[in-house]
Ligand binder design. Structure first.
Ligand SMILES: Cc1cc2nc3c(=O)[nH]c(=O)nc-3n(C[C@H](O)[C@H](O)[C@H](O)COP(=O)(O)OP(=O)(O)OC[C@H]3O[C@@H](n4cnc5c(N)ncnc54)[C@H](O)[C@@H]3O)c2cc1C
Length: 478
């Protein structure tokens, strides 16, 4: 937006009220990046609608004015997805936090898109229910952001990522029309438009509300924590457990650097600091079945000569262990002024190999890397600590990240498990897909948004003009 932005701001204020339009530089600062600070671009304005009708009104104004825009939940995204190019407007859902209804008999809830993930499970608990997808950011991240990224989490090994837990979506299209995709029963006739939207990184529509599936709280839960001398042994134990046909709810690995960062932080949970890695295995289900499965799992863990195995059975012990795992991302913030948390996938059987490669890249880069990952899904998250004020470190971290992602592809994996492509990885997408596949994806996107105004530049390779609109600290890693 240039000197003529006053009419647009006036129209947005008319749509949502003057206090719900932010355009002063101080307020906008909070919206210039998400949790991946490699990218920054301050929006021209942020609007804070309170309901679907206000979202629609804002979108109509922006569409009419040909101004690019994007939805934003909590801004915890790790691929730069919620940024808009210069002159663009952010539609933040932080005031849309109502759980519209909960139907325990049908095990569904209708929630506005700004509802925080953990708040939904908290509200469902008195009915003996919960919302299964549990990103480690769940105390902050929103259902809208989770849907847009098809978020995963530790418990998604058994329950699956966000997609299967979303029955229907109430959406606003790029031109301001409102539609309902899917159905409360999850039955789909014809094309699954709901499915196109889940994981589309906010490029297909703005979700204003969702009908989501709730599942019963488990009757019995057992959490095992096994400490190993190395990350390779922890990965081997993961493969053994899965090969034996066991279906834990979570299989999570943390390396020594992550363990030590947790133990030095407020998330301290008594993890063994002498271990090369720890593996968390959680089993849940009927009280008659879980103890047997836990015993079988423990025997398999012991076959890999662990330094020790602990078993948490009550809620307090389990919470202590998960506090460490879920707080690890925050704890690692103490290792450097900036973080680059990566996301890539390899077949589970190649985990040890990719971890060796990460170690090699770490040694060559000279930057500390911690690893904590959803091992059951082969979903790795090398966490680089660096200083963005030093351009050499920025260039190093970008190059290192691109090497690791290429290694994931080489091993038969993919560029993203759950953080999305965003701005971060769009330049690598042509290495995973052929030109025709990418062109088809672009045509699908165009079918939903012919204007190209809804979250431009995300998820697919950018056109030159768009690439220049976003400021990246370093240069795009090649
Ligand atoms: C410490 C930490 C731990 C994390 N752990 C995990 C994890 O375990 N698993 C995981 O999957 N991710 C994880 N993440 C990444 C992040 O939390 C997820 O991607 C989350 O789903 C983003 O939600 P958000 O509300 O913050 O969305 P934002 O960051 O605000 O937005 C993310 C994307 O969603 C789009 N979007 C937001 N709201 C809407 C809407 N209403 N309609 C349409 N599009 C929308 C945005 O345009 C953007 O493209 C973690 C992040 C951090 C910082």
């Amino acid at each position: 937006m240039n000197g003529s932005r006053e009419p647009l701001l006036r129209a947005l204020r008319a749509a949502v009220g003057a206090r719900a339009v932010l355009d002063d530089p101080g307020s906008l600062l909070a919206y210039e990046s998400d949790a991946l600070t490699l990218f920054r671009c301050k929006p021209a304005a942020v609007v804070l609608p309170e309901n679907a009708e206000q979202v629609q009104a804002c979108v109509r104004v922006l569409h009419e004015a040909r101004v690019p825009f994007a939805a934003r939940g909590a801004g915890t995204g790790l691929s730069g997805g919620a940024l808009v190019p210069e002159g663009g407007v952010v539609i933040a859902t932080s005031r849309m936090r109502r759980i519209r209804s909960m139907d325990p008999s049908r095990r569904i809830a209708v929630v506005e898109s700004g509802v925080v993930n953990a708040e939904l499970s908290r509200a469902a608990a008195p009915h003996g229910l919960r919302y299964a997808p549990d990103p480690a950011s769940q105390t902050v991240s929103t259902l809208g952001g989770n849907i847009a990224e098809n978020a995963g989490g530790p418990m998604c090994f058994l329950h699956g990522t966000t997609g299967p837990h979303v029955h229907a979506l109430d959406v606003v299209l790029a031109d301001g029309r409102r539609e309902c995709w899917g159905s409360p029963t999850a039955a789909t006739d014809g094309f699954d438009l709901r499915g196109f939207c889940v994981g589309s990184e906010g490029t297909v529509a703005i979700v204003v509300a969702a009908t989501v599936r709730l599942i019963p709280l488990p009757e019995k839960v057992v959490t095992l924590l096994a400490a190993f001398d190395s990350i390779a042994t922890a990965c081997a134990a993961v493969s053994t457990i899965v090969a034996a046909g066991l279906r834990p709810v979570a299989l999570e690995v943390m390396d020594q650097r992550a363990i030590r960062a947790v133990e030095a932080s407020t998330y301290r949970s008594g993890l063994p600091q002498d271990a090369g890695a720890v593996l968390l295995v959680e089993l849940e289900g009927p009280a008659a079945r879980v103890p047997g499965e836990a015993a079988e799992t423990e025997a398999l863990l012991r076959a890999h000569a662990p330094l020790r195995v602990e078993r948490a059975e009550n809620a307090a012990q389990r919470l202590a262990i998960w506090k460490g795992r879920k707080g690890a991302g925050g704890a690692l913030g103490r290792l450097g002024p900036d973080s680059y948390v990566m996301d890539g996938v390899v077949p589970r059987s190649r985990l040890a190999e990719v971890m060796r490669f990460v170690e090699q890249v770490e040694a060559e880069s000279g930057l500390p890397v911690a690893n904590l990952f959803h091992a059951g899904d082969g979903n790795i998250h090398p966490h680089f600590s660096y200083d963005a004020r030093d351009p050499a470190q920025v260039a190093t971290v970008e190059r290192a990240g691109a090497r690791i992602l290429r290694k994931c592809l080489e091993l038969g994996g993919s560029l993203s498990g759950e953080h999305g492509i965003g701005l971060e990885k769009q330049h690598l997408l042509a290495e995973q897909y052929g030109a025709e596949e990418i062109a088809l994806m672009e045509r699908v996107r165009r079918a939903f948004d012919p204007s190209g105004l809804l979250n431009p530049g995300k998820g697919l390779p950018m056109r030159r003009g768009c690439a220049e609109a976003f400021h990246r600290h370093g240069r795009i890693a090649s």
